[in-house]
Write a protein that binds this ligand. Sequence first.
Ligand code: WT7
Length: 656
Amino acid sequence: MSDSTIESVLQEQRVFEPPAAFSEKARIPSMEAYQKLYDEAAADPAAFWAKLAEQELDWFEKWDTVLDWQPPVAKWFVGGKSNISYNCLDRHLKTDKKDKTALIWEGEPGDSRSLTYTELHAEVCQMANVLKDMGVRKGDRVGLYMPMVPEAAIAMLACTRIGAAHTVIFGGFSSEALRDRLNDAEAKVVITADGGFRKDKPMGLKPAVDAALADNAVPSVTNVLVVQRTKQAVDWTAGRDVWWHDVKPDASTDCPAEPMDSEALLFILYTSGTTGKPKGVVHTTAGYNLYTHMTFKWTFDIKEDDIYWCTADVGWITGHSYIVYGPLSNGATTVMYEGAPRPSNPGAFWDVIEKYKVSIFYTAPTAIRAFMKMGDKEPNARDLSSLRILGTVGEPINPEAWMWYRKVIGGDNCPIVDTWWQTETGGFMLTPLPGATPTKPGSATKPFPGILADVVDTEGNPVGVNEGGYLVVKHPWPSMMRTVYGDDARFRRTYWEHIPPKDGQYFYFAGDGARKDEDGYFWVMGRTDDVLNVSGHRLGTMEIESALVSHPAVAEAAVVGRKDELKGEDVYAFVTLENRYSASDELKTELKQHVVKEIGAIARPGEIQFTDALPKTRSGKIIRRFLRNLASDEEVVGDATTMEDQSVLEKLRQGS
Ligand code: WT7
């Protein structure tokens, strides 16, 4: 957040009570009700979650132990057996929900489709049977590289149905990034499509899979299942590649869900950290199911006729937890949208809301800011009166955007839920409950019941009111990540040792800075580590630096975030060149393209600045703080005397 935003957030005094008519019908209708739940959960978290697990999920076998906590390793519902695909589908078929719409898909260009719970179940079973025929077994990993089509959700549910873990790789990642992730997970099968539509145009996905798998670069992969979407011409590797439409007609619509241990690997999702290599965040079966189910139910106050739309991509945790699993476990109707807002179609989002009478809408601050900039005309020209709750996620929301969202989209009548969470947390951690929590623009308000969050100093001591500190969680919760795939040491180091345990108290450190105000409201200030948040997408500076340095022209690179009005942050790279290369605009373009090739378009640097040297400490560490200030045209703060060579800073300031 920019200093001016922090300033305005500090001065933010507005409080919005939930509308009385809303609270009356809400699942959690008041702050007293919230507090009661919160206190009950805090007094005995295990008992709280056990009660909900019993009430809200179906089990093949009940657990013996609710929580086995050997810090930092948590096991939930040990001894129990369940299946998330069963909880999202089969159990609803025994109720009135069987003919209810499970999934509404709005595609490009002008395509649409909807599936009832019965239909979705049938297709999931078919794909599960196809995977089985390909030799996929319980415990195997399957890579997904998909456009936003129903088959993305079908593939996820098909994997988890047979006990195979999926690892979804966002369709915007490059073939190199795809290859690394498939290798790390040792995926047996890849599910993809010929392509998808991005901003009206078909773009290829299968070619990237082919490139990733070329020369046997991912030896674990034996088959590629391809969904036809764009009808682009694709290369074909006989024996390996299989069209979904070829095998589907003969696949049985019956495939019993595999009873899975509560702690069985459910999925791996790669996310960026402070080192060059992305981490495979591990989530397991029962705890993730329960927590995404409960957070979806209470935070979105879900009712039988709600039409819920989350604009994220299934390639991110938001898509996993709140397009697919949370909504379907609750038997809700979830909208999936293939398009993206763009200047040529500024009313696209509002058309979808109007067309399907969306009642709960969940999107990112970066999208809200983009729409705000386009003005009120488009939303005002649509009937948005179906909306009853608005949500936001991904980065701190500036109060201006929050107010616009409330007024122009919500007609001053919809509670806004600003949900703070992460890939690692699986579900919402800090969030208002719409019928209970008075909201303040820019604050994610209070912890979800069962979440013991706090703001502490480096020693784990709570900081004072309105003092900045580290955002931590002090007790395990059901959907917390279990480890970094294949790297337990990294899991401990990254999340549990940043703030050392004290008197048996462990602190999960999220990587964010925050403060708590006089009402106990949390204000998340953004990352305190070398992780950037570009349009709500998480990128590691080291990851982009490694990509740059892999280009022959680059000697050294330092990447920082530059404040950006729309994206929140943009990638700004300082680069020193090898002797035989000289700086030019062509080289800048080439380097930007190189990052796109290595990681994907989301990581493309907004700016590259060539420099003769980078500012370093006497021990040789790059002083990023200076670079951050420089990139954002701010005064360079801090002590420059620790610098090895004072003239470097001066030169950088002059733009070289
Ligand atoms: C990081 C996690 C959780 C789904 C999307 C991102 C930032 C997320 C908020 C919010 C302030 C937020 C944090 C967090 N973040 N939501 N409501 N207010 N910051 O998931 O890619 O794992 O990124 O996003 O910095 O650590 P992710």
